[in-house]
Each structure stands twice: as structure tokens, then as C-alpha cells.
Design a protein around this ligand. Structure first.
Ligand SMILES: [Zn+2]
Length: 547
């Protein structure tokens, strides 16, 4: 979908200069009254403004072509919307109108506003209508086959089908970024969705009016096996189906997943413990269940290993797998009780989501089982209140011998080596000029060449500017100091503690990869809080070497 990427940021010199909305002093003043501008600068051909709305705390990123006309595209969670602003009496008013529009669209999500030329705007609209005419009804099975094979060929992790009254858009998530694949007629989409849900899990009758989960295996002719987990949820204008595709036999060794050597050593020590709890946390799409599965696959064969998950994604010869629906609390409670009688050396629990599961996991961890599980939080510090909310006791979490370690991770896109763009930091300029004119990254990562994503891309990266994804992580072995912080309800100081000890937090880990030219700092900040000198202390101390 070359038009999709090209259209949103291609700089245009064809439009008339002047009439700059942001550069005029009046314009900036007006923005500041509406949103809090916390960074401004020029990046290549663009002027960049990062702002926050005080009410919702949503981040707004405005990328302006240096010669803007009044045509805009807004992106939210990688979805692109074409926006034609009302004609206003002044550029500043027009910009304010657009910011108000972004705020109303954001629902708390980060949104990006791209100011584009008439030509680019038109090419986006044309691209959309071209895609609309390519939807041809085919035999359902053939269509499903074609869809999955294409997704697998592009190494997509998810297929999204957004079914609306008149049509459906199919999107692939590749390297974390969602991009449109094709638009099909509503009737075609309905047949695909119905077939997907009715042929699986005992042919349960599929209804668009209720939320349904399913999982099934998909085998290709070449012998590759994939596990597909799909969820269909009704929404106001139709239904949205998200299918996650995972190659069953492709288990990435932890050594190449993106952890640092120190983190791997910590991870090895906490997984070698024969008793206690290991929590692997992260948001959706952070690779936490992949990490857990990989750890499980490497447990030596002389140990008894049980797994309780929904669904079982990878079947291993030395593991007893128990599949339990995540939303069925009583069934989960019963299976967890069985686990006590099974007396495993290692118990892998897909995810702790209920009090019953949390209580059973606690008893087992005390009783001499090594329990490893995942939890849905965005940092190590946030894992503690979450675990307590799920029914674990602060006293347990802070006692020696119970909690062995906590991991938190995210996946971040890797820049394409062939087309990434250097950020120019000019050492002979004043600190003020560097901050204002080239953004504040120069100050944070002083002395290191920083690179940005080239949205035009090249042939090596399918015109995306992105070549793969990798982890940023924080791995914490529980120590006396950390247990004290947890016991005194000071878990929020854990990141600071780690940085002071030279242990990488996600920020330092990401900063290290920014300084190696692997990450665009703005793409990292889509996942975690903005970089500050104070949250990358460990990385700055180590420099760009791989700690
Ligand atoms: Zn490229």
C-alpha cells in the first residue's frame, strides 16, 4: 500500500510558501491557550510540535509540511482519517479548529495531525477509492485462504476486519503498524467472518450481536502450522474482528528477542529458581506470552511442567497442557486446585486475571512450585498495585522467597537501515537554539547521532521506513532494597532505584537503541512516557554500547 505511507508525509514544494500557520507568533500563542505545547522543532523537511491536552492528557503530535495548505490527515492508533478543515479567517484559527478536532477524536489516544498539500490529500482519497473497487467476491474458503496466506507472507501478526453497513476494510498489522490491505463488500466480509467462527470450536452459531472468541489451527501446504486466535466484538456500526496469527513452530530464542546480556543473565537467574513467582508484564502486543512460552520450552526435561492457558498455543513434549477459557472463573479455579494435586515443579499460567487464580498461584509459589505468569501492566512499578488489586497481599510480594522477579516489556519498530534519516545536532549552536530548532533529543542524547523514520521508505522496507520489531524491557530480580520499597508502598520509586543501580529500565534500554541508531525516539514515545535526561541515566552512563 505505497500510496498510504507516501501520502501522509511527502513534503511538497509545489504549494505556495508563506501563510505559515504555526510560525507566526500569534499562531503559537493561540495553540498554547488550547493545549500545552511541550516541544517544538524542525526535523528534516518538517516542523514538529508535540503537545498535550490538559483535560485528557492525550498526546497530540502535529507534523507540518513547511509549506502547508489547509488539507489534513489525522492518524489515531495507526488509522488514517482525511480531514478538510473549515475555512477560517486566519491560519491560527484554522489550526485551533484542527486541534479541537484532534482532541475530539483522540478518546485519550495519541493522535497525529499531518498538514499536507492538495496533491497529497487527493492522492490519498484516490488511493482509497482505488482500493474500494478491488474488492471482488470469491468463494469463502478460497478467500479466507488467500487472506491468511497473504498475511503470513507479509509476516503480519494480526488481521483486522472492520465490518460496517456498506463495506468492510481489512487491515494487516506488520511490525506493529496497522495498514490497510483491502476493502471488500459487506456481504463478502460477512461470509468470511461467519465461516471463520462457525467452522471452529464445535461449530458454535456465530452471531454478530455478541462478543465471541475462537481459536483454530491453520496449516499451509508447505507444512507450516499457525495458531489463530480471533475475537469478534459488535460495535455501533457493525462488528470488528481481530485475528492474531502465530507460527507454532517458530519459537524465537530469548538471545535474539532483544534483551541485553545483563537482562538475559537476570532472567536466567530468576527462571532457575525452583520456588516462587515470576511476573512477565506488558501491554497487548508486547511479546510477553512469547517470552513465557520460550522460557517454558527451555525448562529441562527432568522437571514436571504444567501449563494452564487459553488457548494452548504451543504443544511441547515435556509439558502437560490444560486449556481453560479465560473468562470462566469457576473452571479456572477448579483447574488451579487440580494443579496443587499435580505437584508440578514449574507451573505456567497464561495470564492472571482473577482473584481465584491469583490466590491459587500464591499458594503454589509458597508450596515449592516455580510459578510463571503474565499480567497486563505497562511497567514494573505498575505491576505491584495491579497484583494487589488481583488479590495478592503486599506482605507476600515483599517477603523474601516469594516473588523472584518482575519483567516488563514492549515491542518497538526498528528503523530501516537503508533509508533512515539523520537528525542534525549542531554543537556550535547555543543550547537554546538546539532545543528550539532541533528538538530536545539533541540535549538528551548529546553526542550521539539520532535517526528518524523516513515515512517515504525505500524498496528494502516496502516503503514503510520500518524493518522489523524488537523488545525494550526492564528485568528486575527482587532484592532487599526493592522488597523494602514494596513493603513501604513506595513501588513508584522502583524505576529510579533501577536507574541509580545501573539496571536498565525500558527508557534506558530504548535510549541505548536510539543511540545505536536502531530506534526513532518519537516511535518509542508512542509506547512509553517521553524521554528525559533523568529517566535514561543508566543508558547515558553506558553510552551506545550494548550493556
Ligand atoms: Zn527503507
Amino acid at each position: 500500500m505505497g500510496w498510504f505511507d507516501r501520502s501522509i508525509t511527502k513534503p511538497s514544494r509545489a504549494t505556495k510558501p508563506a501563510k505559515t500557520a504555526v510560525r507566526s507568533k500569534a499562531g503559537v500563542a493561540r495553540i498554547e491557550r488550547d493545549v500545552v505545547v511541550h516541544r517544538e522543532g524542525e526535523v528534516g523537511d518538517y516542523r514538529l510540535i508535540l503537545a498535550k491536552t490538559p483535560s485528557t492528557d492525550a498526546r497530540i503530535k502535529i507534523i507540518l509540511d513547511k509549506n502547508p495548505s489547509l488539507h489534513c490527515l489525522v492518524t489515531k492508533q495507526h488509522e488514517v482519517f482525511a480531514v478538510k478543515p473549515r475555512l477560517q479567517s486566519s491560519p491560527a484559527q484554522a489550526l485551533n479548529h484542527l486541534i479541537a478536532l484532534c482532541k475530539s477524536m483522540s478518546d485519550g489516544h495519541a493522535v497525529q495531525l499531518f498538514y499536507v498539500s492538495e496533491t497529497i490529500y487527493q492522492s490519498y482519497i484516490e488511493g482509497l477509492s482505488k482500493a474500494q473497487t478491488s474488492g471482488i467476491a470469491m468463494l469463502d474458503n478460497e478467500k479466507i485462504n488467500q487472506l491468511f496466506l497473504e498475511a503470513i507472507r507479509q509476516r503480519a501478526s494480526d488481521i483486522h476486519i472492520r465490518y460496517r453497513e456498506s463495506e468492510a476494510i481489512i487491515l494487516f498489522r506488520v511490525n506493529q503498524l496497522l495498514r490497510p490491505h483491502e476493502i471488500v463488500e459487506a456481504s463478502t466480509a460477512k461470509r468470511i467472518i461467519t465461516a471463520m467462527f462457525n467452522t471452529t470450536k464445535g461449530g458454535k452459531d456465530f452471531s454478530m450481536q455478541q462478543s465471541i472468541d475462537t481459536s483454530f489451527k491453520y496449516n499451509t501446504e508447505t507444512g507450516a502450522e499457525f495458531m489463530v486466535r480471533a475475537n469478534s466484538s459488535p460495535e455501533k456500526r457493525g462488528v470488528t474482528v481481530v485475528s492474531r496469527i502465530r507460527n507454532i513452530k517458530e519459537l524465537l530464542p530469548l538471545e535474539v528477542a532483544g534483551y541485553t546480556a545483563n537482562q538475559l543473565a537476570h532472567l536466567r537467574r530468576v527462571t532457575d529458581k525452583h520456588q516462587g513467582l515470576l511476573l512477565i508484564t506488558g501491554p497487548t502486543n508486547s511479546g510477553k506470552s512469547t517470552t513465557l512460552t520460550t522460557i517454558m520450552a527451555h525448562i529441562p526435561r527432568e522437571y514436571a511442567v504444567c501449563e494452564v492457558a487459553d488457548p494452548i498455543e504451543v504443544v511441547l513434549p515435556n509439558v502437560s497442557h490444560f486449556e481453560v477459557a479465560n473468562d470462566n472463573d469457576s473452571e479456572m479455579g477448579r483447574v488451579m486446585k487440580d494443579m496443587v494435586r499435580q505437584d508440578p515443579d514449574y507451573l505456567i499460567v497464561g495470564e492472571i486475571r482473577s482473584q481465584q487464580t491469583a490466590h491459587a498461584a500464591t499458594s503454589l509459589a509458597y508450596a515449592g512450585t516455580s510459578v510463571m505468569t503474565t499480567m497486563h501492566t505497562n511497567s514494573i512499578a505498575a505491576a505491584f498495585p495491579r497484583a494487589i488489586k488481583l488479590g495478592m497481599e503486599r506482605d507476600d510480594l515483599s517477603v523474601e522467597g516469594f516473588l523472584n522477579g518482575v519483567v516488563s516489556q514492549n515491542l518497538v519498530p526498528i528503523l530501516c537501515e537503508k533509508c533512515k534519516r539523520p537528525f542534525m545536532h549542531k554543537p556550535n549552536m547555543s543550547a537554546y537554539d538546539n532545543q528550539v530548532k532541533t528538538g530536545h533529543y539533541g540535549e538528551i542524547f548529546e553526542g550521539h547521532q539520532i535517526f528518524y523514520r523516513n515515512f517515504d521508505g525505500c524498496s528494502a522496507c516496502r516503503k514503510t521506513g520500518i524493518k522489523g520489531i524488537t523488545l525494550i524491557a526492564e528485568v528486575l530480580e527482587m532484592t532487599q532494597d526493592v522488597r523494602k520499597l514494596v513493603a513501604c508502598k513506595q513501588h513508584y520509586l522502583i524505576s529510579e532505584y533501577m536507574e541509580s543501580q545501573g539496571i536498565y529500565t525500558k527508557h534506558s534500554h530504548a535510549a541505548n537503541k536510539v543511540m545505536q541508531g536502531m530506534f526513532d525516539p518519537t516511535l518509542v514515545e508512542d509506547k512509553i512516557d517521553p524521554f528525559k535526561r533523568s529517566n535514561v541515566v543508566a543508558a547515558l552512563r553506558a553510552g551506545a554500547i550494548n550493556a
